[in-house]
Design a protein around this ligand. Structure first.
Ligand SMILES: *Cc1c(COP(=O)(O)O)cnc(C)c1O
Length: 246
């Protein structure tokens, strides 16, 4: 068996397991699996894996670092493949120009300056970007926001979501599509995801079409689907564990 065939089978097997997990979680929640989009997060894995996944029916791809994503997206598109690309990582303002040229969705918008930078960059690129507000679900996020301290993982504190949503809604080139979050590092993810669902409802009072809730990863997608996630972002369960970056 060629290496490529072997990798394809490996990905097919793991993808089938993840799809079954989503189906089962939807069935438990009384939801249709069609209402949950699987985003394969391919960070650290090559463009060839992206191509194999698209061949297996994956439609949405996630990346978290501009430096890696830019060339990878270019390679995938050069091969005539056109998935929806989601940027899901922490984004420095000075990288907004680059990301706006290739991403379809930026899921990690968490501060006003980034909104301004992405809106301007999308204008230069003559594109529209869908945007999700990344929410910090840690218990002390609001207190930290008041003291001005950041935790390094990104996300706007729940108390800041409304102002940020207004800002995106007022931008020329950005479409506010919903909210995104990563569960806190410890504890049961479900209460955190429930809070996110409540915050999503608040965002919809500002932009009724902002229906996306991006939550759930390899270890906690069931908890996210149970409380209404529309998008799950799955890396290791499909592609295998990542070797740490240097
Ligand atoms: C890497 C990453 C994921 C996927 O995580 P896994 O645990 O590998 O499934 C999801 N969301 C974000 C923001 C990520 O950076």
């Amino acid at each position: 068996m060629s290496e490529d065939t072997q990798r394809r089978e490996e990905l097919a097997t793991q993808l089938a397991v993840v799809r079954e997990r989503i189906r089962s979680a939807c069935s438990t929640a009384g939801r249709s699996p069609d209402d949950v989009t699987l985003i394969a997060v391919t960070k650290t894995y090559p463009a060839s894996d992206v191509a194999l996944l698209l061949g297996l029916g994956v439609t949405d791809i996630g990346e978290n670092r501009d430096q890696e994503a830019g060339p990878k997206v270019a390679a995938v598109r050069a091969a005539g493949l056109h998935p929806v690309f989601h940027f899901v990582g922490q984004l420095q303002t000075n990288k907004a120009g680059s990301v706006a040229r290739y991403a379809d969705v930026v899921q990690s918008v968490d501060r006003p300056r980034l909104v301004t930078a992405l809106d301007r960059a999308a204008g230069y690129a003559e594109r529209r970007l869908a945007v999700l507000l990344q929410v910090d679900l840690d218990d002390d996020a609001d207190a930290r926001a008041r003291s001005g301290a950041a935790d390094g993982r990104g996300g706007v504190a729940p108390s800041g979501v409304t102002a940020l949503a207004d800002r995106v809604a007022g931008a020329d080139r950005l479409t506010l599509a919903g909210v995104m979050a990563v569960a806190p590092l410890t504890g049961d993810p479900r209460p955190a995801f429930e809070r996110l669902a409540g915050i999503a409802e608040r965002v919809r009072t500002i932009e009724p079409a902002a229906r996306w809730i991006s939550a759930g990863m390899s270890s906690d997608l069931e908890a996210a689907v149970a409380v209404g996630a529309t998008h799950v972002r799955v890396g290791t369960a499909i592609l295998g564990s990542r070797t740490p970056r240097r």
